[in-house]
Design a protein around this ligand. Structure first.
Ligand SMILES: CCCCCCCCCCCCCCCCC/C=C/C(=O)SCCNC(=O)CCNC(=O)[C@H](O)C(C)(C)COP(=O)(O)OP(=O)(O)OC[C@H]1O[C@@H](n2cnc3c(N)ncnc32)[C@H](O)[C@@H]1OP(=O)(O)O
Ligand code: FAD
Length: 616
């Protein structure tokens, strides 16, 4: 599996390289175009052992290294002459970066760094491709000068000989073992013992160690987190793709499979005629569209911020960090939930490997963990919301993506309920701001009672998480509303297409409303009649979108090779493909399985003999 994955990954990397040379060498907006061509995902269903090389190793060299360091290492990495990974997480630490144990001690006598993973828990553990594929890595370590800690730093470290691929002296490297998916990625471990690298192997665009050992601190320490921000942006796009693939499979199967008459005496309908099946499938189609649009927005913001950071303008980093966190969390949580819901919507056949829904789930699910575990990133956003609420109380302006918080904070009560899209969107935003206000009261009370900020964050964690989740909902729903209702290219859409988009907006807003009804009712008075009216609208819009479900998922444009699913094949020959897949199973090569003579027959015979004896 690993070698097949590497073979396909090399083909994908060659394609990426040619795209980059054609479009924008080294630019960041190449990836969505690449991922628009889902061959990457389909060709490598067990995961891409080069994705961290491409997404993090090459970018860290470009964004964290000096121009000279890029010339020495980055160009070769971009050209795939060397293959690297991003080795930050350790066996003992992943979230708490200040707790990382790997260390880099500066030796001014030789102008080198001595790299060590002092304990087993200090071993790098998880980096993609580290086990077998990579011969280099970005090694993230605590920098020490004269045994004084200076914070985290990144080092270019060669771990294998470029000719023989043998691990170099002082390097202990290997594969960490089987995972629930992505088993073609060879996530690895790495231990270093007194491993020396030249001073110029420390990436020094933002912070430097001078030959005499003087340390020049980064103007903004958070810029060292930038490689993670990029992948969080990519995860938002990638996981919306996974959900779109699963939605395509489940939709196509739901218009092939017939089961259970709706009216007595009537023929069995397509299962998508059942309202409850529509409620399982159609909202996931819409969620995939909603997140694909939000991820595209985020990607544009990343590109703008990356250019600004290159000009040493760090002003947009906090907003990008907040949005990258919230979208990475929301997309990975909702896509993972949605893919499982779609699997269940396909009955028993959804559980077959031939349906591919399990593998899509296994590809999507780890995104809730890597690049910052979701609950931790929610707390990150919760902290940022607390800072911004302090700004609101001080009458200061907020970052654009949080402007609605200022607006809602000025409302003494929620306006008359109308049930319009604007009303539904404002209700979600208003509930978010209400949650932020309550979280701030708890958090601030703790800080005022002399609790540290870290402790106050922990003890207010449930309210901070709720506020962060509702902020994510507000941002995503607001973005979708703008794209459908106020988009500058709205007039270029046919009336029919605009109507489909508006139906998707209606469904998304009502679905989010019902998902957070409890949170909303905490701050807004809504009558039973008003809620029942929304229930009717939900049923109505599902019915309206039913005829468009196949067309919308066809528009995702995944071919059969990408979907790799007997349930989602374009020609609809599900049963033939399921049976074809079944007959290919190794157990069907012989009529009598080997285990019959070896195990089953003796077992049954022994039981029969015992039964006879007991009768005597
Ligand atoms: C061949 C072709 C292939 C092409 C690709 C095609 C397919 C594309 C697929 C795309 C997706 C798939 C990718 C799969 C690969 C997965 C690779 C995975 C890699 C990893 O997992 S790398 C390791 C990730 N680890 C983490 O994310 C660690 C999480 N922890 C943290 O981020 C931090 O420890 C922390 C933030 C949780 C806590 O930090 P700390 O306690 O030290 O301090 P504070 O919380 O107080 O933060 C200090 C201030 O810094 C700000 N901050 C924090 N983070 C950032 C950031 N990232 N950017 C900017 N600012 C940041 C805080 O807000 C604080 O600010 P303040 O003003 O001081 O309050
Ligand atoms: C498929 C995959 C690929 C990966 N690829 C890479 C890679 O290429 N490079 C790399 O460096 N790493 C990689 N990682 C590692 C990944 O970044 C870490 O797993 C992630 O950062 C979480 O760290 P951890 O696993 O040590 O969990 P921990 O940090 O130990 O957290 C465990 C749990 O504790 C809780 N928790 C932790 N901190 C807090 C907190 N502050 N507040 C509240 N609760 C908390 C959360 O519930 C969390 O889930 C990968 C992981 C996976 C699964």
């Amino acid at each position: 599996m690993a070698s097949m994955s590497v073979k396909h990954a090399i083909a994908a990397a060659k394609k990426l390289r040619s795209l980059q040379e054609r479009f924008n060498p080294g630019g960041s907006d190449i990836y969505p175009a690449l991922m628009g061509d889902e061959a990457i995902t389909a060709l490598i269903p067990s995961g891409n052992p080069l994705s961290v090389h491409i997404l993090m190793f090459t970018r860290a060299l470009r964004e964290q290294g000096t121009d000279e360091q890029y010339e020495k290492f980055g160009r070769r990495a971009d050209n795939n002459e060397i293959i690297g990974t991003f080795a930050q997480t350790e066996l003992g630490h992943g979230t708490y970066l200040r707790g990382l144990e790997a260390r880099a001690d500066y030796d001014r006598g030789t102008e080198e760094f001595v790299l060590n993973t002092p304990k087993l828990s200090s071993y790098k553990w998880w980096p993609g491709g580290l086990g077998q594929t990579c011969n280099y890595c970005i090694f993230v370590a605590q920098l020490y000068i004269d045994n004084e800690a200076k914070g985290m730093a990144m080092f270019v470290v060669q771990i294998r000989d470029e000719e023989t691929h043998m691990p170099l002296p002082g390097v202990h490297v290997g594969e960490i073992g089987k995972k629930m998916g992505l088993n073609g990625v060879n996530n690895g471990f790495l231990g270093l013992k007194d491993y020396r690298v030249p001073r110029l192997n420390m990436l020094m665009r933002h912070q430097q160690v001078l030959p005499d050992g003087r340390f020049v601190k980064s103007p903004v320490s958070q810029v060292s987190y930038f490689p993670m921000v990029f992948v969080r942006c990519m995860v938002a796009r990638q996981n919306s793709n996974y959900l779109a693939q699963a939605a395509t499979i489940a939709t196509r199967y739901s218009v092939i499979r017939r089961q259970s008459p709706i009216e007595e005496g009537q023929p069995e309908p397509k299962i998508l005629e059942h309202l409850t099946q529509q409620m399982k499938v159609i909202p996931e189609i819409v969620t995939a569209v909603v997140y694909r649009l939000a991820a595209a927005n985020l990607q544009n913001m990343y590109n703008e911020t990356a250019e600004a950071v290159y000009r040493k303008d760090f002003s947009r980093l906090p907003e990008l960090h907040a949005l990258a966190c919230i979208l990475k969390v929301a997309t990975s949580y909702d896509s993972t939930y949605g893919i499982e819901r779609l699997r269940q919507a396909c009955g028993g056949h959804g559980y077959l490997t031939a349906g591919n829904l399990g593998n899509i789930f296994a590809m999507a699910a780890p995104a809730c963990t890597y690049e910052g575990e979701n609950s931790v990133l929610y707390l990150q956003v919760g902290k940022i919301l607390m800072k911004n609420w302090s700004q609101v109380l001080a009458g200061r302006e907020l970052m654009p993506s949080m402007a609605y918080i200022s607006e809602c904070s000025k409302m003494t009560s929620f306006p008359q309920w109308t049930g319009s899209w604007e009303c539904l969107l404002k209700a979600i935003q208003y509930a978010c701001v209400g949650s932020i206000r309550l979280a701030f009261q708890s958090y601030n009370a703790r800080v005022q009672s002399a609790q540290s900020q870290t402790a106050a964050v922990n003890y207010s964690g449930l309210e901070l998480t709720k506020a962060a989740e509702l902020h994510g909902r507000s941002y995503v729903a607001g973005n979708f509303y703008q794209q459908i209702v106020n988009s500058p290219n709205k007039h270029q859409r046919s009336p029919q297409f605009q109507k489909v988009l508006e139906n998707m907006l209606e469904l998304h807003l009502i679905q989010i409303f019902f998902r957070h009804l409890g949170d909303i009712l905490r701050f807004i008075r809504i009558t039973e009649d008003e809620i029942s009216a929304l229930q009717r609208r939900l049923e109505e819009v599902l019915k309206e979108l039913r005829p468009d479900a196949v067309a919308i998922t066809d528009a995702f444009d995944f071919n059969d090779k990408i979907l790799s699913s007997a349930l989602g094949c374009y020609d609809g020959n599900v049963y033939e493909r399921l049976f074809e897949a079944a007959l290919k199973h190794p157990l069907n090569r012989k009529s009598v399985p080997d285990f019959f003579e070896a195990h089953l027959k003796p077992f049954m015979k022994e039981n029969a003999d015992n039964a006879k004896k007991s009768k005597l």
